[in-house]
Design a protein around this ligand. Structure first.
Ligand code: SF4
Length: 323
C-alpha cells in the first residue's frame, strides 16, 4: 500500500527504469491519485504489463489477471480501479460483486478476448457434442458464462486433465492450446484466437538473441507460437517468469512477453541484465496515470456484468479455483 508515501519518495523504487526528468512529469498525478485513493477507500489493481509509474507508483495489488481479482477479494475497499484491460475488470467484478469496479478507458480491449463470442461456443458445442469447453481467463464474462470451466496459462494442463475425458475444446488461444497439447495426452481442439503481442515473437528472434547476447536465458510466455516456446529455455505465465528470475538469478535474461514486464521485474533485480526486445500491448497502454486519476475523480467507467451472466461466469472461474 502506498497511502503514507509521497510521490517524491517513491522515485527510489523506479529510478532504474524511469529517468528523473520523466518522473517529475508524473509526480502531480501520482500525488493526486494517492490522495484520491484515501478519500474514496479505493485500491488500484495493476497488471504486470502496466508501465512502471503505475505498477510501482500507485498500484496496491499487482500480478496477472486472476491474481489481481483474487487478491482484491481480500481487501476492504469500496472501489477497485483496474489498471488493465476490460476482461480483467469484468473478472474483478465477478469475484467482487459488492464493490464498484472502474476501468480508466473502456476501449482497453484484447485481441484474444475479441476473437470469440458465446455464439461461436454454441456452434462448437453442436459440432462437438458432449466435449467440455475450457476457456482461458482472457475472455469476456459472456464467453466464460458459456463455458464449463476456465483456465489460466499457469494451470491449463491441470484444468484440462482434471476433467477426466479424452477430448476437450480449449478456447480461444490457439497457441496456448498447442503448447499445452505437447504436455498432455488429452486431445485439445483449438480455436483460432491469438494474442497480438505474443504472436509476433519468432524462433528466429531467439536465434538472433542468443547470437547477440551470449549466455542469455530465454523465457517465453505460453501465448507465443509453439516453435518459440520450443526454442526457449523455459516457458511460463507472467507470474511464473517473475518467480523464475527471483529464484534462478540468471546473469542475463530475456522475457518474451509484453514490454513493461521486464521493466517491472528489473526493479527488484539490479544484479540481472534484462535484454528487452519490445512488443507493446496497445490495449494495456491505453491506461495512464491521467485516466486513472480521472476515473477516481469522476467515478468512471463503471464495469457491470448482467447478473445471470455473472453467476454462470463465476461458476466457471470458481470451478477452476477448485482444481
Ligand atoms: S497482451 Fe495480448 S492477451 Fe494481454 S491484453 Fe494485450 S492483446 Fe490481450
Amino acid at each position: 500500500m502506498n497511502e503514507q508515501i509521497s510521490a517524491a519518495s517513491l522515485y527510489d523504487r523506479v529510478a532504474r527504469v524511469i529517468p528523473k526528468a520523466e518522473w517529475m512529469g508524473f509526480q502531480d498525478d501520482v500525488e493526486a491519485i494517492l490522495e484520491l485513493k484515501r478519500k474514496r477507500n479505493a485500491v488500484i489493481l495493476a497488471h504486470n504489463y502496466q508501465t512502471p509509474e503505475i505498477f510501482h507508483g500507485v498500484a496496491d495489488i499487482v500480478g496477472d489477471s486472476l491474481a489481481l481479482a483474487r487478491k482484491a477479494m481480500e481487501v476492504e475497499a469500496d472501489v477497485i480501479v483496474l489498471a488493465g484491460v476490460h476482461f480483467m475488470a469484468e473478472t474483478a467484478k465477478l469475484l467482487n460483486p459488492g464493490k464498484t469496479v472502474l476501468i480508466p478507458d473502456m476501449a482497453a480491449g484484447c485481441s484474444l478476448a475479441d476473437s470469440i463470442t458465446p455464439e461461436d461456443i454454441a456452434l462448437l458445442r453442436k459440432a462437438y457434442p458432449g466435449v467440455p469447453v475450457v476457456t482461458y481467463v482472457n475472455t469476456s464474462a459472456a464467453v466464460k458464462a458459456a463455458s464449463d470451466i476456465c483456465c489460466t496459462s499457469g494451470n491449463a494442463r491441470q484444468v484440462v486433465e482434471s476433467l477426466g475425458v479424452p477430448r476437450v475444446l480449449m478456447l480461444p488461444d490457439e497457441y496456448l492450446a498447442k503448447n499445452v497439447a505437447m504436455e498432455t495426452n488429452v486431445e485439445l481442439i483449438a480455436w483460432r484466437g491469438h494474442c497480438e503481442v505474443h504472436e509476433l515473437f519468432t524462433a528466429d528472434d531467439i536465434r538472433e538473441l542468443r547470437e547477440s547476447h551470449p549466455g542469455v536465458i530465454v523465457l517465453a510466455h505460453p501465448e507465443c507460437p509453439p516453435e518459440v516456446v520450443e526454442a526457449a529455455d523455459f516457458s511460463g505465465s507472467t507470474a511464473v517468469m517473475s518467480d523464475y528470475v527471483g529464484r534462478e538469478r540468471p546473469a542475463r535474461v530475456v522475457l518474451l512477453t509484453e514490454c513493461s514486464m521486464s521493466d517491472n521485474v528489473a526493479v527488484h533485480h539490479p544484479d540481472v541484465e534484462f535484454i528487452r526486445p519490445c512488443n507493446l500491448c496497445p490495449h494495456m497502454k491505453r491506461i495512464t496515470l491521467g485516466n486513472i486519476r480521472t476515473a477516481l475523480e469522476e467515478n468512471r467507467h463503471e464495469v457491470t456484468v448482467d447478473q445471470a451472466i455473472a453467476a454462470a461466469a463465476r461458476r466457471a472461474v470458481e470451478r477452476m479455483l477448485e482444481v
